[in-house]
Ligand binder design. Structure first.
Ligand SMILES: Nc1ncnc2c1ncn2[C@@H]1O[C@H](COP(=O)(O)OP(=O)(O)OP(=O)(O)O)[C@@H](O)[C@H]1O
Length: 648
């Protein structure tokens, strides 16, 4: 028996030929050995008649047959099919998923992950047969892990999802989280079929997304190993809806078009084929809207990255930039966060001062506390990392790069030099023309035909009551000499509205917010404008006052800290419970109460130490917990070394 098995294994071994002619011969040898093996097994069985031997024989035959079958299948599939693998996060993955959805490949799936979404993404499985669709905007994404076979243009195609099988159950994203991929096997020898398949997927993707701008973002749930994991589909915005001074929008569109169409020129001139734009100005003036409208007009996809995202550092930034396909628009929002700002210093002062006043650790120096209290960096990206991405190894050719900022003054000049930023576009508060154009956009003549012919009289019934917010004596119900007793047309109303908005004082977003309250009432929008301006001014003044107070507070704190000798430990014998005076180098005096000695060992009190008033300190458990009694630099308990110093 053993010799038979050995012979069979020997045949199997020689049945794996190095060359084709031997292939057929050795296969024949294999089958004859098999036949001999089965015959001998039969003889053995008759000789011994044991049922266990019978079972053993049967098992061996089945296993051998299975191996031979697999051997043939592997051979066959290598030669007669082509396989591609697609990774989530790659644009091609999205294209193919859409094709599979349209082909209804997962129709037999009975297990779904439902994700509510606002992305208007067009794929997943249709979960309702109702004509009008579902009331909610949700995706039903199959969790299918098994291979799916379907016909595409007469070819058999097999799809299998690979990687982290549980990924789809995480909130990371509808088509899987970390490491999800998909293999597509087409049963054909023709490589062209493969590229036709991917092209078909791409065409469908473009078709479906024609009315949308595709925006790729980074979903922080995915972790630092995944790029561009979140996809949103925003309705395209017409360029005409962007209200900027005449010619600005057109010039930026022309510039971008020219860039895309002159690739050869760049190559011949030896200049890297990329273009950088910086859009800067106050928030709400239309920077982001311009980029979206441009992307819609040129059918380009947007890749938006915020430098302050949790795990975005130099390496990640570079990988993310490299993964953007040609003609993608790479947008870095609020690029100034890669640079230190005055506000950060103020924050630091705030935090450092709090640590200083609530010194719970007697071993820490004032400097150390200040350092400890520095807020977390706004980004892990360094300036050199950023510059590298813009013009170095990380920047692929054929890309449009947009950066937006509210603080151009914080940007390093190295970033702004031509070659990195080629076009700088300043956005400003709304001009009179912009206010008028915005009004006209809100109240187009086609929606308000009653205003077009001879105009409307104010004593005619109004289209709708003014919003409750404006139902005040100052606005809609008071006489308005500019409007009353004369026929009102939309151009006239737009003109009066614009004349009531002080130029250079409000952002377009603020005006838009105001007009949204009057969707169907253009006359009331004009009547309420003056009161709105007044109210906004009052609120703004209030905000400015608060800011100024904060700034003064920060200055005082800074001075208090500067006056404390660096490198020292400051402790209190009693908790500073209310408004406190610090006399640098000597004592703390609690308002109205008994003076509390502040001991600064090893430093002589400056004879003319200035008195710095600092604001009230809230009572915290830290004060009542371990702060009573003196703690010197080395944490030793000892009596105060100086008498209290009275404040003046
Ligand atoms: N110039 C403009 N033309 C048309 N709409 C505008 C304009 N400026 C602002 N808006 C409207 O105001 C809102 C905010 O605009 P947007 O996000 O483009 O401003 P932003 O300058 O990018 O602000 P931020 O600096 O805060 O990102 C949008 O709804 C947009 O429609």
């Amino acid at each position: 028996m053993a010799s038979l098995v050995t012979r069979l294994l020997g045949s199997l071994h020689t049945a794996n030929p190095p060359s084709k002619p031997g292939h057929v011969a050795s296969s024949v040898g294999l089958f004859s050995a098999l036949g001999e093996f089965v015959g001998s097994a039969n003889a053995l069985f008759h000789a011994y008649g044991g049922s266990s031997i019978k079972l053993l024989m049967l098992g061996s035959v089945i296993e051998t047959g299975r191996r031979i079958f697999r051997w043939f299948i592997t051979r066959f599939s290598i030669e007669y099919c082509t396989t591609i693998r697609l990774n989530s996060g790659d644009p091609a993955y999205e294209w193919v998923v859409l094709l599979l959805t349209q082909e209804n490949v997962w129709r037999r799936s009975r297990e779904f992950v439902v994700t509510a979404n606002n992305s208007r993404r067009k794929w997943a499985v249709r979960a309702t047969t109702k004509e009008e669709g579902s009331k909610i905007n949700a995706e039903y994404v199959p969790t299918y892990q098994r291979p799916q076979l379907f016909r595409w243009r007469g070819y058999w195609v097999e799809i299998q999802r690979l990687g982290n099988v549980n990924a789809v159950e995480t909130p990371a994203g509808p088509y899987g989280g970390q490491g999800t991929s998909m293999s597509v096997t087409i049963y054909t020898l023709d490589m062209n079929v493969l590229s036709d398949f991917v092209e078909d997927a791409y065409d469908r993707y473009v078709q479906v997304n024609r009315p949308h701008v595709v925006v790729h973002m980074i979903d922080s749930n995915f972790g630092p190993n995944q790029l561009w994991t979140s996809v949103k589909h925003k309705m395209k915005r017409p360029l005409s809806s962007i209200i900027l001074p005449t010619g600005v929008v057109d010039s930026i569109v022309e510039d971008a078009k020219e860039f895309i169409n002159t690739e050869n020129w760049y190559a011949e001139a030896g200049i890297p084929h990329r273009r950088g734009y910086l859009l800067y100005g106050p928030p709400g003036t239309g920077k982001t809207s311009t980029i979206y409208a441009l992307a819609g007009a040129l059918n380009l996809e947007i890749y938006v990255l915020s430098l302050s995202s949790r795990f975005v550092d130099d390496a990640y930034l570079q990988r993310a930039a490299s993964a953007i396909p040609k003609h993608g628009i790479f947008v870095i929002e609020d690029i100034d966060c890669a640079f230190p700002s005055r506000d950060d210093d103020d924050d630091m002062d705030d935090a450092a001062y709090t640590a200083f006043m609530h010194n719970t650790n007697p071993h820490r120096s004032v400097r150390g506390m200040a350092r400890m209290a520095v807020p977390a960096a706004r980004t892990a990206v360094t300036l050199s990392g950023l510059l590298n991405v813009i013009d170095g190894v990380g920047s692929e050719e054929g890309k449009l790069f947009f950066a937006t900022t509210n603080h151009i003054e914080r940007l390093d000049p190295a970033l702004l030099r031509p070659g990195r930023i080629d076009v700088k576009l300043q956005y400003e508060y709304a001009t009179r023309d912009q206010a008028e154009a915005l009004f006209t956009r809100f109240f187009p003549e086609r929606r308000f035909p009653q205003f077009t012919a001879n105009g409307v009289h104010q004593d005619e019934p109004r289209a709708s009551p003014p919003p409750a917010y404006f139902r005040q004596p100052l606005t809609a119900d008071l006489p308005d000499p500019d409007l009353d007793s004369q026929p009102l047309t939309l151009p006239f109303l737009a003109n009066v509205f614009a004349s009531r908005i002080p130029p250079g004082e409000f952002t377009t977003a603020e005006l838009q917010g105001y007009l949204q309250g009057f969707k169907t009432a253009p006359v009331n929008a004009v009547r309420g404008a003056l009161a709105w301006v007044e109210r906004e001014r009052t609120e703004r003044d209030e905000r400015m006052r608060e800011r100024e107070q904060r700034r003064i507070k920060v200055k005082e704190r800074r001075a208090a800290m500067a006056n404390a000798a660096p490198g020292l430990t400051v402790s209190y014998t009693q908790p500073p419970a209310s408004a406190t005076r610090i006399i640098p180098g000597s004592s703390v005096v609690v308002n109205g109460g008994p003076a509390v000695p502040m001991v600064v060992p090893g430093v002589a009190t400056p004879p003319t130490a200035p008195v710095v008033t600092v604001p009230q300190i809230p009572e915290t458990p830290a004060h009542t917990n371990g702060m009573n009694g003196y703690h010197g630099v080395d944490g030793e308990k000892s009596p105060p070394t100086k008498p209290p110093v009275e404040n003046n």
